[in-house]
Design a protein around this ligand. Structure first.
Ligand code: TRP
Ligand code: SF4
Length: 333
């Protein structure tokens, strides 16, 4: 089957992946493998931009994230899977792009000020962090990807990528890169167990590696419809976070849950018990595959070594075109 184009996407190895990553990104990544030529990158330089004060977990997080990817169905036979820092051309193209990117373009990207505010204790008010979306542009363009699956929070970064590409082409009268398009994933936003944004720092998520006992405990601790005191009170499933989890993970049960909840026939504890079982059934096979993959320490190393070689060969070719455009000496094989 002819592929529709080339996808590039990246994820930062900053901690355990959770159900939000599964429904918000990974399930789509897996599906795209058969439709597109896919490149999936562990963006460790991007992770360092926020974790630089304590980078000690980085290597572990990289392996753990790749194990989760494979456990969810990404396959090295279908996709190119590699680590950003294994291919130094990302930083070279980032430099070339930095040279042609006016400062106001990066200053006005809304995620910059937002993240500086949100991550105060991480002190991300740095030179590199201002350039976060420029490195992201380089990631995408190095492989001449035309399609980038991202959440809507990343749209400004994609727009900046397109602007940088246009400016590069206009300045030098060349056409080197496609202008990449976002492929928005229409997945329901899954809130954290406590209804706040799902986040590592709140600990309000179920990891893809979550053990059954702690999964159960977390689900039973979920806040339900707070206006409902007794089982005989009719509940409000439309505003209940537990019900929104049913909508994402057990579509076929939603009608029953809603009917029994509003009819005061279903207690919240029972409702959560059932949800815990559903989520355990989702996580269990992932957890098992993950353990299997991590149990054979050579598997991930071999996949990443192969990914590195394949990525490096594409990256070198693109960088030589860029070098040629900028009248820099070419790099010989
Ligand atoms: N900024 C992305 C995120 O936080 C991660 C990322 C880095 C990325 N480089 C990328 C995503 C290139 C898509 C394409 O989610
Ligand atoms: Fe929420 Fe279920 Fe309780 Fe209804 S029965 S309020 S859906 S937890």
């Amino acid at each position: 089957m002819a592929k529709k184009g080339r996808i590039f996407s990246g994820m930062r190895p900053t901690g355990p992946l959770h159900l939000g990553h599964l429904v918000g990104a990974l399930e789509n990544w897996v599906k795209f493998q058969d439709e597109y030529d896919c490149i999936y990158c562990v963006v460790d330089w991007h992770a360092l931009m926020s974790e630089y004060k304590d980078p000690t977990e980085l290597k572990t997080n990289i392996r753990s994230m790749v194990a989760d990817w494979l456990a969810c169905g990404l396959s090295p036979d279908k996709s190119l899977i590699f680590v950003q820092s294994d291919v130094p051309e990302h930083l070279e193209l980032c430099m070339a792009f930095s040279i042609v990117t006016p400062i106001p373009w990066v200053e006005r990207v809304p995620t910059f000020k937002e993240q500086v505010e949100a991550l105060q204790e991480k002190e991300v008010y740095t030179y590199a962090f201002l350039g976060y979306p420029v490195l992201q542009a380089a990631d995408i363009c190095l492989y001449k990807a035309d399609t980038v699956p991202v959440g809507d929070d990343q749209l400004p970064h994609l727009e900046l990528t397109r602007e940088i590409v246009r400016r590069f082409h206009n300045l030098y009268g060349v056409q080197v890169f496609p202008e990449p398009e976002a492929r928005l994933t229409r997945t329901p936003r899954l809130l954290g167990l406590d209804r706040r944004k799902m986040s590592k720092s709140y600990g309000n998520f179920i990891a893809l590696s979550e053990e059954a006992v702690s999964l159960n405990k977390k689900v039973l601790g979920m806040v339900t419809d707070e206006t409902r005191i007794r089982k005989s009170d009719p509940g409000h499933p439309d505003t209940c976070n537990v019900c929104s989890y049913y909508r994402v993970f057990a579509q076929d049960r939603v009608e029953t849950v809603e009917k029994e909840c509003t009819g005061a026939l279903r207690g919240c504890v029972d409702c959560k018990r059932e949800l815990a079982e559903i989520l355990e059934n989702t996580v269990k096979p992932i957890r098992a595959r993950r353990e299997e993959i991590l149990g054979n320490s050579d598997t991930i190393d071999a996949i990443l070594a192969d990914g590195k070689a394949r990525a490096a060969s594409i990256a070198r070719d693109t960088m030589n075109e860029v070098r040629d455009t900028l009248h820099l000496p070419l790099r010989k094989a």
